[in-house]
Write a protein that binds this ligand. Structure first.
Ligand SMILES: NC(=O)c1ccc[n+]([C@@H]2O[C@H](COP(=O)([O-])OP(=O)(O)OC[C@H]3O[C@@H](n4cnc5c(N)ncnc54)[C@H](O)[C@@H]3O)[C@@H](O)[C@H]2O)c1
Length: 440
């Protein structure tokens, strides 16, 4: 029977100690981590209950490749390109879920399967991944209205391949998971307004799609990272000093956020019940290139570029916590490399701003009058405020955002949309017609 992760902390510590002892016997070495890694290790040991991380023989996967290959026997598994360390109990099939959950993992990820990699954030992550040495990415994407092949067009064809298919289709998913070292799951129906108009594709893609992937990574013992949103936590009052943390209770408001919350809970259950090696990240609102014109910032930019007036829901007081899409990508990369299995990390860049202020920044960047905006009908159930506390991600993994100046990031984004009219123009009229039909 697989012990249940976290049910009994003493049993978990015993299992961890047993793994450490077994591993020491197998590999016969003690780690000599660099000091920064030792500091992270000590922190992790304290927070996870893992005994003396700095002395753990398994943790030498953090070290330089030369040291790694000298210490570990690397095996190519039949039928897949994954390599696995045969000396390391945490990589061995059938190992205890409790042991995996507490141990920090670092490994190279030569073959990634990225679902939704032709969408806004997924494509940014693919560009980030391909910029790392030796990484090969397979994108699985259904190419819905939100996808764009152009976002991947400039990437090297021998390192990125696009497979058109549905994450809710086991026949499409399973062979790709089998061939991958890790799966990063971005694919989703992602627009709140659409979920209010028709929730059904949200249930299929966000819930059934995640279930399909989880069953496949469970079957093939493949590392899995789940992309989620801060919207699972519902909203905060405008004057609330609190921010969301990894311990905030789930309280989703819309069909979109409810299906994302449900998918997160599936991941947690598959970690605990089946020992799936998964991490979850919940990120705040993203902006940057290749975002569909239906979303708040591209909609404002493209409307203003067209000479129209910006559109603000309700009073414009709703607060979002903005992060540049490239910072989201670097955070996901860090979690994939060094995040602790079974853990959730919140991703944010201290970018809280109310919608009216963001629109005024865009008006100023485009040289328009501050009053060139109109208030439109509010979204049903519109969340008031999102705010992320990213302390865990920063302290544990040392991640920092590169774009700390929202105004500068917005300026870059405006320039990008101005230079890519041929890309967004075909979707603009239909998007605005749908908004107009809702009085927005
Ligand atoms: N946009 C944000 O601000 C934000 C913030 C936090 C988290 N997220 C999460 O990040 C992920 C990506 O969001 P995004 O804004 O890039 O979305 P997006 O709508 O731009 O892209 C989604 C991609 O998924 C693909 N897709 C949809 N259904 C599919 C299916 N059944 N099978 C295969 N592919 C399918 C689409 O074709 C598209 O390429 C989502 O999981 C979303 O919940 C988004």
């Amino acid at each position: 029977m697989i012990p249940r992760m976290g049910r009994d902390p003493r049993a978990r510590r015993r299992a961890d100690r047993a793994v450490g002892a077994r591993s020491a016997a197998l590999t016969g070495h003690r780690c000599t981590l660099r000091s920064a890694e030792r500091a992270v290790g000590a922190h992790l040991a304290a927070s996870s209950g893992h005994p003396t991380y700095g002395e753990c023989p398994v943790s030498d996967v953090r070290r330089a490749p030369a040291a790694r290959s000298a210490r570990h026997d690397v095996q190519h598994l039949p039928g897949r390109r994954r390599t696995t360390c045969t000396s390391c109990p945490l990589r061995a099939p059938g190992r205890a879920a409790s042991a995996r959950s507490a141990h920090p993992r670092v490994s190279r990820m030569p073959r990634l399967l990225v679902t939704g990699g032709a969408g806004f954030i997924g494509s940014a992550f693919v560009r980030h991944a391909v910029a790392q040495p030796d990484t090969h990415v397979t994108v699985l994407d259904r190419l819905t209205y939100a996808a764009t092949r152009e976002s991947l067009a400039d990437l090297p064809g021998d390192r990125v391949e696009l497979v058109v298919g549905d994450v809710a289709d086991p026949a499409a998913v399973d062979p790709l998971v089998e061939a991958a070292d890790a799966v990063v799951h971005f694919a989703a129906e992602s627009h709140n307004d659409n979920s209010l108009a028709d929730p059904s594709p949200f249930v299929t893609t966000n819930l059934v799609g995640t279930f399909t992937l989880l069953e496949s990574v469970r079957r093939h013992a493949t590392r899995y990272h789940h992309i989620s949103t801060d919207e699972v936590y519902g909203d905060l009052e405008l004057d609330d000093p609190e921010r969301f943390t990894e311990h905030t209770a789930y309280r989703p408001s819309s069909p979109y956020s409810a299906t994302k919350a449900g998918s997160d809970l599936l991941v947690r259950a598959w970690v605990r019940s089946f020992g799936v090696e998964a991490t979850i990240s919940n990120c705040s609102n993203n902006y940057g290139p290749w975002q569909h014109v239906e979303k708040f910032i591209p909609r404002q930019i493209t409307t203003l570029l067209d000479g129209g007036r910006a559109k603000v829901y309700g009073t414009g007081a709703n607060v979002r916590d903005w992060i540049h899409v490239d910072d989201h990508s670097s955070a996901v990369w860090e979690i994939l490399q060094r995040g602790r299995v079974g853990e959730t990390y919140l991703v944010g860049a201290d970018g809280e701003q109310d919608n009216l202020h963001v629109v005024r920044m865009l008006l100023a960047i485009l040289g328009r009058d501050e009053g060139d905006l109109e208030m439109v009908a509010d979204r049903a159930g519109h969340d008031l405020r999102y705010a992320i506390d990213p302390t865990k991600l920063r302290d544990e993994l040392g991640w920092r955002p590169r774009f700390s100046d929202l105004e500068a990031g917005l300026r870059d984004t405006v320039e990008w949309y101005a230079a890519h009219e041929d890309w967004w123009r075909p979707a603009k009229a239909a998007t605005e017609a749908a908004y107009a039909a809702r009085g927005q």
